[in-house]
Design a protein around this ligand. Structure first.
Ligand code: GLC
Length: 531
């Protein structure tokens, strides 16, 4: 582990989804004091940093990714002083803190958008957004439906996401200046970095030419084709260069992480050139099927493309936008990722999903670079795949005309204590999304100290990863099985139907499931061994 300004190069970063992590006041909605009160659990788990999804004032039409004030804390989550306390407490524990920055769009309740509506067509206030007298094209919203919405005075505005998320006009210098100031606001409060939402979206191609392909969360870009006029435009890079200059004025290694749905790997690597961002989420890895050839290809391609620009490669299997990997992997290998799962949909094989999820995580944590974990995966949490539709809050559910169940199933509040109300999420029974009746078995207090539990697997893996410097190592593929060496550790995953032998003399360090009676590695199991 590096203890320098380059802490992030091999860091394991844990995503906290504030609505669903821990509720301190019993209103059913997680909050910042709840997070602060449970940070020591994350320290104990062995992570290096937390990334917090948005906690800013917001009408919550997109769970806080519709920001009404970039310099505050929503009363549901606490107040600004609670953010300061959280940062201080995390730093006291030796954990870094990354916050979410949403620059592509504001909430329609942001003072700028209110002012734009009040000031009317042709005003400088409207120039902060993308207003036209008529829809300029047939672009669609990522959540479904048209990307254009009419205002009462007849003009239309662009929203690539929900109608409550008007896109900002990044050609306007005032918008650029405002975000530089927002960066400083949080850097001055001590944050260690920003996860940049929709980092490939801010600049639109001049002329807003027509484009009929629909984009979906994390997807929709053709790696072989030209970038669509709303995504991955050349102009975004200059913005990140200007942000990087601001971050570099601060000490301690402050970072920018791109959430950019960009392919192929070489195009994504352009976001992490030395004068731009530090990291980009590796969604091709998240989307790779549970198949050895495909996984090996995406690992090699990711490392090659990032090495070429001197960046660290990241790995991720779950986040707040996708079906949890313990459920995704419970479908036949190669099943495309689905936009949510409901009671009427095909259901995953939960046992198979968890077995593969544990193997997938051990494989991921054996790779060099930086890994992102999503809260609850260390408990082996599955997606809530039978949530009654009346509870759904994701705007994609309504906007898609109920074609997509959406992302609520991966956002269910965490179980901490098996026998407490709301499984210890908060002091009361309340929970903004219903928790499945089967979740007691996943609670933290049913797993800590229990050999073989998923929490203990993560805990051991994070400890060994640090001890053997896997984050700063390299991948050397071995002949035969799906296996690579990283330093003195062999990482082997058995994707086949038959058990496989460990190489002669190998000493087992950790295994995602027990070896068989003959000491062989069973199907869908990853092992780490000293060689
Ligand atoms: C990102 C977020 C997602 C949000 C969208 C719009 O993809 O991860 O949750 O809905 O941006 O801000």
């Amino acid at each position: 582990m590096l203890h320098t300004d380059a802490w992030w190069r091999d860091a394991v970063i844990y995503q906290v989804y504030p609505r669903s992590f821990a509720d301190s006041d019993g209103d059913g909605m997680g909050d910042l004091p709840g997070i602060t009160g449970r940070l020591h659990h994350l320290k104990e788990l062995g992570i290096d940093a937390v990334w917090l999804s948005p906690f800013y004032p917001s009408p919550q039409h997109d769970a806080g990714y519709d920001v009404a004030d970039y310099r505050g804390v929503d009363p549901r989550f606490g107040e600004l002083g609670d953010a300061d306390k959280l940062i201080a407490e995390a730093h006291g524990l030796g954990l870094k803190v990354i916050v979410d920055l949403v620059p592509n769009h504001t909430s329609n309740e942001h003072e700028w958008f209110r002012a734009a509506l009040a000031a009317g067509p042709g005003s400088p206030e409207r120039e902060r957004y993308i207003f036209r007298d008529a829809p300029a094209n047939s672009w669609t919203s990522v959540f479904g439906g048209s990307a254009w919405e009419q205002t009462p005075d007849g003009q239309w505005y662009l929203h690539l996401f929900d109608v409550s998320q008007p896109d900002l006009n990044w050609d306007n210098p005032e918008v650029r200046a405002e975000f530089l100031d927002i960066l400083r606001f949080w850097l001055d409060r001590g944050v260690d970095g920003f996860r940049v939402d929709v980092a490939h979206g801010m600049v639109k191609e001049a002329g807003l030419k027509d484009w009929t392909t629909t984009s979906t969360i994390l997807g929709g870009l053709d790696p072989a084709g030209p970038p669509p006029p709303m995504w991955d435009q050349e102009g975004v890079h200059e913005i990140y260069q200007s942000w990087r200059r601001v971050l570099d004025e601060y000490e301690g290694g402050r970072i920018l992480v791109a959430e950019a749905w960009v392919a192929p790997a070489d195009r994504l690597a352009r976001y992490v050139r030395p004068d731009e961002m530090h990291q980009a989420f590796n969604f091709p890895y998240l989307d790779a099927p549970w198949k050895p050839a495909e996984l090996r290809a995406v690992i090699d391609e990711s490392l090659r493309a990032n090495d070429a620009v001197g960046a660290t490669t990241t790995w991720v299997l779950s986040n707040h936008d996708v079906v949890r990997h313990a459920s995704r992997l419970g479908f036949p290998a190669g099943t495309p990722r689905m936009p949510g799962i409901g009671a009427g949909d095909p259901q995953p094989d939960a046992a198979l999903g968890l077995r593969r999820a544990r193997a997938a995580t051990l494989l991921m944590l054996g790779l060099p670079g930086s890994a992102y974990l999503y809260q609850g995966e260390e408990l082996g949490l599955p997606e809530h795949t039978t949530m009654p539709d009346e509870f759904r809050e994701d705007p994609a559910w309504e906007r898609s005309g109920h074609a997509e169940r959406g992302r609520d199933g991966c956002r269910v509040p965490l179980p901490w204590e098996a026998d407490a109300p709301s499984y210890g999420f908060g002091p009361a029974d309340a929970s903004w999304l219903p928790q499945p009746a089967t979740w007691a078995e996943y609670a933290l207090d049913r797993q800590q100290g229990i050999p073989g539990s998923t929490w203990e697997l993560y805990h051991s893996a994070l400890g060994l990863r640090r001890e053997h410097h896997l984050g700063s190592g390299s991948v050397t593929w071995q002949d035969g099985e799906f296996a690579f060496r990283n330093g003195d550790v062999l990482v082997l995953t058995n994707f086949g139907a038959e058990p496989v032998e460990l190489p002669a003399g190998a000493r087992l360090l950790l295994s995602s499931e027990p070896l068989d009676d003959d000491g062989r590695v069973p199907t869908d199991v990853t092992v780490w061994a000293l060689v």
